[in-house]
Design a protein around this ligand. Structure first.
Ligand SMILES: [Zn+2]
Length: 310
């Protein structure tokens, strides 16, 4: 069973919001593509693990720290006698292995995931010692993409290629079927989940300011543009793809986006009016804010906050 879900990827979400409203640098755009692809691969692997029997605990996306060193685990599977840690790679295309290094066919060297997982495994063992939980640990790199090919793949590396995944999962299935999860496993999983660090110290987020971002409401119809038209009382229509959305939900979405991007800024009618840009009537925004938020009276600087729970 899933003990800790992968959750949302704030980093990816930030990129998704920003790239509609700002031209990203090439390096940022590459970083986004890499993150998005990796995330998709991890989600795919999550789905595969869902078919395992219940006598296991799955913890997805753990960022942990031991002796002041951070390490990340894409997926962790806890069974009665063993912990598997998985590093999922969604690489695509032809690669080759030479002198313990991984290269794209163009020659460009990329991080060797074997080294990466060996490091994570070693740090994880240290953490186990600290927590005084004695259990065998095994790690694997999962190459999830069927379009990935590795020339000169080392036979003894802990790699699982797409063509091997079916058999690999079948073996896991047998291990889990023979396993029994006890209270101490549950407590250990709880402890691990509680140690997960939410703020990723490695994230390289693009810098941005309110002023430089293009304003408007993002179309939800899949085209993702900002070209919505307010020509109707209750709905907005996308000039590009024709998608129609209720005005209220579109504005609320934009408020959430604004809060995500600018958690330190105060929400006022004027701010949201400027941010949404396409909404003609300030009144609608004011009504919506009053309905969904509490007003903090502060003269001309009155602003809205989350509703107090009653
Ligand atoms: Zn559209």
């Amino acid at each position: 069973m899933i003990f800790k879900t992968r959750g949302e990827n704030d980093e990816l979400e930030l990129f998704q919001f920003l790239r509609v409203r700002k031209k990203l640098e090439i390096e940022e755009e590459n970083n986004f593509t890499y993150l998005e692809k990796g995330w998709l691969g991890e989600k795919q692997f999550d789905n595969m693990l869902l078919d395992l029997p219940n006598e296991c605990l799955i913890l997805n996306n753990l960022l942990l720290k031991v002796n002041n060193t951070f390490f990340q685990i894409d997926s962790l599977l806890l069974t009665q006698k063993k912990i598997n840690i998985f590093e999922v790679k969604n690489y695509e295309g032809d690669y080759f292995f030479k002198n313990d290094r991984l290269h794209m066919i163009s020659g460009k060297e990329i991080k060797n995931p074997h080294i990466q997982i060996t490091r994570s495994e070693s740090l994880f063992r240290q953490l186990l010692q600290e927590l005084r939980f004695n259990i065998a640990v095994e790690s694997q790199v999962i190459f999830i993409n069927p379009e990935f090919y590795l020339y000169e793949a080392p036979v003894n590396a802990p790699f699982v290629f797409h063509a091997q995944l079916g058999r690999f999962l079948k073996n896991l299935n047998e291990t889990v079927s023979a396993s029994t999860i006890s209270g101490s496993h549950m407590r250990f999983a709880e402890k691990l989940a509680s140690l997960h660090i939410t703020q990723n110290p490695y994230s390289r987020l693009p810098a941005y300011t309110y002023e430089e971002l293009e304003k408007g409401i993002v179309c939800r119809g899949g085209c993702g543009c900002l070209d919505l038209e307010d020509s109707n009382r209750h709905t907005l229509i996308c000039k590009k793809c024709g998608f129609v959305e209720g005005k209220e939900s579109a504005i609320l979405r934009s408020i959430e986006e604004f809060r995500f991007l600018f958690p330190e800024k105060r929400i006022t009618v004027d701010v949201i009016y400027n941010w949404c840009k396409v909404i003609k009537s300030k009144k609608i925004i004011q009504k919506l804010l009053s309905k969904n938020f509490d007003l903090v009276l502060f003269g001309r600087g009155s602003y809205y906050v989350d509703k107090m729970k009653k």
